[in-house]
Design a protein. Structure first.
Length: 85
C-alpha cells in the first residue's frame, strides 16, 4: 500500500489539513484492517506539488521515502514487454 491515504489528494489546491486528515484516515484504516502502516509514499499528480507536500507527507507522516510523478512511458512499455517490475 504505497502512500496509504484514503484518497489521492490534489496537492496543487488542497489545504494542508486536508492532506493530513486523508492520510491519517487511510493509515488508521490500514492499521485496523490489515495491521499495516505504510512507510513509502508515491504521489502521482499531473498538476504539480505544493511547497509543503514533501515536508508534511515525508518524515512527518512516518515515511522513509516519498516519490513524485508518473512512470516514463518508455519504462512502462519495457516493463510490460519483459514482465519485469
Amino acid at each position: 500500500f504505497a502512500n496509504g491515504g484514503w484518497c489521492m489528494h490534489d496537492e496543487a489546491t488542497t489545504h494542508y489539513v486536508g492532506m493530513i486528515d486523508q492520510t491519517t484516515l487511510g493509515h488508521e484504516f490500514l492499521k485496523r484492517e490489515f495491521n499495516y502502516t505504510p512507510n513509502i509514499a508515491w504521489q502521482l499528480d499531473p498538476f504539480g506539488h505544493s511547497s509543503t507536500q514533501a515536508s508534511l507527507l515525508g518524515s512527518e507522516a512516518g515515511f522513509d521515502a516519498i516519490y513524485f510523478g508518473r512512470i516514463d512511458y518508455q519504462d512502462l512499455q519495457r516493463r510490460h514487454e519483459t514482465k519485469n517490475c
